[in-house]
Design a protein around this ligand. Structure first.
Ligand SMILES: [Zn+2]
Length: 504
């Protein structure tokens, strides 16, 4: 406190002296006269400025000396650490300045400066947990992997920075593609900080790609326990993992345990379609048809899906089409307006050779949602109704270029998958596949339009392109009176096309 006051007073005195000096210089035509005792000096303007600078430097040295003297006096008065503290303060100030410069350099992308400043800060501060963090990040930014690895390893030594070190090494191993080591490091990092969401996700994804479903379920449980994942999401993902675990056990041949696991997965998340199908088949193996039907009906109520209908058919494989139509009422009564429901009904009626009812069941789908499946069903219905070949071919031609309808699509990278899986085959994301319509741009068939011309036109020998186009136009005219559902289908905007029907 006193020391600060002394500094302020000194500063004021200095300013005063400078002002007086300047006034002197003005009054004496660019020079100053200094009287010391009986001696008298006359200085020119330049000499005066030099004298001033010398004075300032002298004062600065004096101040430093004064600080040292104060510390020495304190030391002599019994304060044993006064002198070392005096020097430490200087070191600390310089150290923190270098540290601040280093952080600034890091933020502005000057990696090399950051590394130099961090080294300087380390010399003064001896706080490796701070300076190593900057060095590691700067080395990563500069692409100096070797240096980064070295610093991460140093970070392992301190308990406070161990997590950062493990995480850094883990990321490096992931980039190198060394998943085994990355997994061990991820396990270590997750044990240190189970509430850290990113580490948990990395570990989970690694366990999933290595088919360690049991380990993944444990990780997931810990994540939910530490609040890194909402409970309902955790439950749903646990069901996905339990399902994969069940599939794994099936493959190992332990069908009793697998059945239990499949049924458990279904209980965790009844709307998980593949889970419900697996559980239903497990019940069927036990000859428990009632439970199988119940599980499937429950999921169908949440979302109609062809896989559920397929499994539902397996309950009574030997029934007649009429019996099947009757039994399927349990499903078809649930969502009368759902396209999946309409298509299922049409299929059941076609199997029972009730083509008029099949056409009725499809309703306005051929114009509102003309997917490949709908248009192929229309062709089958027309065939059943003994329509001319050209009409049947026209429907099939439209089917070739029509959208495929809902598929298992990754929400993240939009890759279309033939079968559901817990991990996206393309981007490796976990639980991102949903039953939805893919974007048109993701699935255009090359040469599709030419193929439909071939189908509609004279099928015998290589058709003339123009003739085919004409014939096709006539066919369409005759069939739909100018409005072409296939053309409408192409106009589907990406926003509409990617609209998720329901997450699964
Ligand atoms: Zn993906």
């Amino acid at each position: 406190m006193l020391w600060s006051l002394f500094k302020i007073i000194l500063f004021v005195v200095l300013i005063g002296a400078a002002t007086v000096g300047a006034t002197y210089m003005l009054e004496t035509d660019g020079g100053i006269r200094v009287d010391i005792g009986t001696q008298e000096y006359n200085l020119g303007a330049l000499q005066a400025v030099i004298a001033l600078i010398v004075l300032v430097v002298a004062l600065w040295i004096l101040l430093k000396l004064a600080g040292l003297i104060v510390a020495t006096i304190r030391f002599l008065n019994g304060d044993e650490t006064a002198i070392s503290r005096h020097f430490d303060r200087n070191r600390e100030r310089k150290g923190y300045e270098a540290l601040a410069d280093g952080m600034m350099a890091l933020a502005s992308g000057e990696e090399r400066t950051a590394i130099t400043k961090a080294a300087r800060a380390e010399r003064y501060l001896r706080r490796p947990e701070l300076t190593n963090l900057i060095t590691a990040q700067a080395a990563e930014m500069a692409g100096d992997r070797k240096k980064a690895t070295e610093v991460y390893k140093r970070l392992l030594a301190d308990e406070r920075t161990r997590f950062v070190g493990v995480r850094g090494l883990m990321k490096q191993k992931l980039e190198e593609g060394d998943t085994d080591t990355a997994m061990k490091l991820a396990e270590k990092a997750f044990a240190l900080k189970p509430q850290h969401a990113e580490t948990g996700d990395v570990l989970l994804a690694l366990q999933a790609t290595q088919n360690d479903w049991h380990g993944a379920r444990e990780t997931l449980g810990k994540k939910v326990k530490h609040g890194a994942l909402p409970k309902d999401v955790g439950k749903r993902r646990d069901a996905v993992l339990a399902l994969q675990e069940a599939k794994g056990i099936f493959q190992d041949g332990n069908s009793i345990r697998a059945r239990e696991a499949a049924i458990e997965a279904n209980k965790l998340s009844p709307d998980l379609i593949p889970g419900s199908v697996l559980a239903a088949r497990s019940y069927l193996e036990q000859d428990n048809k009632r439970y199988a039907a119940r599980v499937l009906t429950k999921t169908w109520k949440v979302q109609p899906h062809p896989d559920i209908a397929e499994a539902f058919a397996e309950i009574e494989p030997d029934e007649t089409p009429e019996q099947r139509l009757k039994r399927f009422k349990a499903l078809t009564k649930e969502h009368p307006d759902h396209p999946e429901n309409k298509m299922l009904l049409a299929e059941l009626h076609i199997a029972a050779e009730q083509f008029d009812k099949a056409r009725e069941a499809l309703g306005d789908l051929p114009t509102t949602k003309p997917t490949q499946r709908v248009l192929t069903l229309m062709a089958a219905i027309e065939r059943g109704l003994e329509a001319p070949d050209s009409e049947i071919r026209a429907w099939l031609a439209k089917a070739v270029v029509a959208p495929r309808g809902p598929q298992w699509v990754c929400d993240k990278c939009h890759t279309v998958h033939a079968d559901w899986g817990p991990v996206c085959e393309n981007c490796g994301a976990f639980d991102t596949l949903s039953w939805t319509e893919p974007r048109e741009t993701d699935m255009k068939m090359p040469g599709g339009t030419r193929m439909d011309a071939l189908l509609v036109g004279a099928p015998d020998i290589a058709p003339d392109r123009e003739m085919v186009a004409e014939a096709r136009a006539e066919d369409h005219e005759a069939l739909v009176g100018g409005s072409d559902p296939a053309d409408e289908a192409v106009d589907v905007t990406p926003a509409e096309a990617t609209e998720t029907e329901s997450k699964n």
